[in-house]
Design a protein around this ligand. Sequence first.
Ligand code: NAD
Ligand code: WQD
Length: 339
Amino acid sequence: MSRILLAGGAGYIGSHTAVELLEAGYEVIIADNYSNSCPEAVKRIEEITGKSVKAYELDIKDTEKLENVFKENKIDAVIHFAGLKAVGESVAKPVLYYRNNIDTTLSLLECMEKYGVNNIIFSSSATVYGEENPVPYTEEMNRGTCTNPYGWTKVMMEQILEDAAKANKDLSVVLLRYFNPIGAHVSGKIGEDPQGIPNNLMPYVAQVAVGRREQLTIFGKDYDTPDGTCRRDYIHVTDLAIGHVKAIDYVLEHKGVEIFNLGTGTPYSVTEIVETFEKVNDIKINHVYGARRPGDLPESYANADKALKVLGWKTERTLADMCRDTWNWQKNNPNGYNK
Ligand code: NAD
Ligand code: WQD
């Protein structure tokens, strides 16, 4: 069975993907510097699956250390999750973001070339559609203008991977454009564990629910949307993880570059998220409406037809599942992994 290297595999999406890959029979190796995660997540992956995971603590930018991983293991494919992802922080520290996100990608490509590994899946983002494309987004649209350095790193890394595949006809690249992953593994053992004040909606809601934050501010209620709040394509992280398993099957069998949106295709508003979380979990989320957050688009959602047609993948979990599983994780782990 194929052996998959998960760069940044201890993080939120990587840990859920590790579980689904292991359950599908793949062997998984994780390389992570734990800058936004912790070794406990790897233990929990093993607990859930009853399988062992080889984990390396290293900075992916450190090509020499990364080489050891390729030397010691015959790797069939890489999934590249290792990146910094806080939009606001990327505006304050653009150089850190460009250095980390671009260099991790280059190190991986260099090691892959040296050790004859030809398959890579990249964690891209709906953010690459930028400001000018109309919703729902389809994969053949041009990449747009991003509102922050984080988004630009994704645009640049897509370009780098496309150029690498143009130069090396043996290379197989899958760019997965995630929409808004939320939720947690149904066991409640792994989930999203942001450091400090959460930037994203669902972890903030969960921390209000568990009493770590006083109230949620809903950013803007005067958008041109049905209820005036922004609409997003929220996707259960387990559905997203299963999308990676399908993408691995695909990347191992093909050459060249393929792009897939991973979303449900159905947008929900911020108010709908709060109301569903309250209803499903029977808990009140203290909230107020505030000013718009700079850089937010009114709407972002996928046309998810291509992933269904080509990968045979579609989401199966509902918004209620996403809210229930988020709360199950948060209430069982009020302080996250306690790192
Ligand atoms: P995360 O922060 O939980 O996971 C990223 C992991 O990469 C962390 O474990 C972190 O420690 C590790 N990492 C970062 N830089 C590293 C380095 N130089 N060397 C080794 N490890 C490093 O984030 P996530 O939500 O799991 O996101 C995974 C990927 O998906 C990221 O590339 C992110 O940009 C992308 N993405 C995330 C979302 C989202 O909303 N969560 C949406 C679209 C795309
Ligand atoms: C969702 C909605 C907010 C927090 C970001 C990145 C994107 C991708 C996913 C990586 C918005 C509103 C939020 C709060 C709120 N990441 N909100 N109060 O901005 O759609 O996407 O994460 O690629 O690139 O930009 O997600 O969860 O931050 O916000 O009202 O305290 O919730 O305004 O409408 P976003 P989000």
